[in-house]
Design a protein around this ligand. Structure first.
Ligand code: PLP
Ligand code: SF4
Length: 360
């Protein structure tokens, strides 16, 4: 009886260590210790995801992503509060302009879930950076006066936490800037809280002058519940293309079977896997990091084994704000007499004669 009452109260999920204990996700002793983590980093384990967790399992991949751990208090020397150098490329508050043809707009600081490995963990959540109406006006002015800006990427936090009305207003403004041809949302909402992906919200994105893309963040096939699949379908039914972005995470998806299942699930749901991110050097996330060599090896195992449609690019955002680059694996190396040595998917080397095959 008590449990039922509590479930009615906690219907939205858990945002404190105490609430996580009530959900049976941590013990009450653990909850006491986790107050130190809660003091530093936002917590949100939304109802939808809490209900997907297998509480009997030791290392449930969903629990590992949303239940805080004391390991988050451990920071290493190479970690940074601004791991990918957003601040060094921010001409206007909330806007990051690192590449000539596209800008990031951090339109909202809240998320439905707070991922324990979040690379913007110092900025998201209550008390984080928030764009005021004046900031938005200034950012729009910046975009308007920079004709090279072809794409605007809405991020945060989670831009889809804004109301359908506010999203609509923002997209109206961007639609008025002729040179902006593409608007991309980066969101975790279909995974974190699919019930918030309403028809109104999706409709606000459709029938726009600028082409709208949605990048859905997901790290494990278990995140694709029937509700999440239905939420994704709302976008594709209205002709809004979806791409997937995934973070490589130790103990969650750092094996070829798990990644293969995730990327296939995405393709089946009409989501093109776009990036597999090597984890950024965000504070207190060392327990999630794997070496780049591990990521390269995993990508090698996927190539040839699953459809090319299901293989994203493995990406590193170079610490310090130098941008994103693919980090392999590489199948090509130089060899003598002008040829190139190419490795096939079984690791066997072949010489490709560049001279013979070129038009010269
Ligand atoms: C990641 C990022 C982008 C988008 O990069 P793509 O390779 O186009 O996905 C754009 N601007 C900034 C500042 C970024 O960090
Ligand atoms: S949804 Fe994205 S921005 Fe929000 S906590 Fe997770 S990784 Fe960070």
């Amino acid at each position: 009886m008590a449990r039922m009452t509590h479930h009615r109260i906690q219907n939205t999920g858990a945002t404190t260590p105490e609430a996580l204990a009530l959900e049976g996700l941590v013990t009450s002793d653990e909850a006491k210790n986790l107050k130190r983590v809660a003091h530093r980093y936002a917590i949100s384990a939304p109802r939808h995801l809490v209900d997907l967790i297998d509480k009997a399992a030791e290392n449930d991949p969903i629990a590992l992503q949303i239940v805080p751990s004391l390991q988050e208090l451990v920071t290493t020397d190479d970690e940074s509060v601004d791991p990918i150098g957003d601040h060094t490329h921010s001409p206007v508050r909330g806007l990051v302009h690192r590449y000539p043809d596209r800008v990031l707009l951090k339109v909202h600081n809240a998320c439905a879930m707070y991922c324990r490995f979040c690379f913007r963990r110092e900025m998201v959540g209550p008390g984080g950076d928030i764009m005021t109406d004046a900031d938005t006006t200034e950012a729009l002015g910046y975009i308007r006066s920079n004709k090279k800006i072809w794409e605007v990427i809405l991020t945060g936090g989670d831009p889809m936490m804004l109301s359908a009305r506010r999203i609509s207003t923002l997209l109206d403004s961007l639609d008025c800037i002729e040179h902006v041809k593409v608007v991309r949302f980066h969101t975790r909402l279909p995974v974190a809280a699919p019930e918030r992906v309403t028809q109104d919200l999706v409709a606000a994105l459709s029938n726009r002058r600028a082409t709208v893309y949605v990048a859905v963040h997901s790290n494990h096939a278990r995140e694709f519940s029937a509700d999440t699949l239905a939420a994704c379908r709302k976008f594709t039914d209205l002709g809004i293309p979806l791409v997937g972005q995934t973070v490589l995470l130790k103990g969650i998806n750092d094996n070829a079977d798990t990644l293969a299942e995730l990327f296939r699930t995405m393709v089946e749901a009409r989501i093109m896997p776009y990036y597999l991110h090597h984890p950024d050097l965000a504070p207190g996330t060392g327990h999630f990091r794997v070496p780049i060599e591990t990521g390269q090896e995993l990508m090698k195992q996927l190539r040839g084994r699953i459809s090319g449609l299901a293989i994203p690019t493995y990406i590193l955002d170079i610490p310090g704000g130098y941008g994103k680059v693919p980090v392999g694996p590489s199948y090509i190396s130089g060899s003598e007499d002008g040829g190139l040595e190419i490795q096939d998917i079984n690791g066997q080397a072949h010489i490709y004669q560049t001279q013979k095959n070129s038009a010269l």
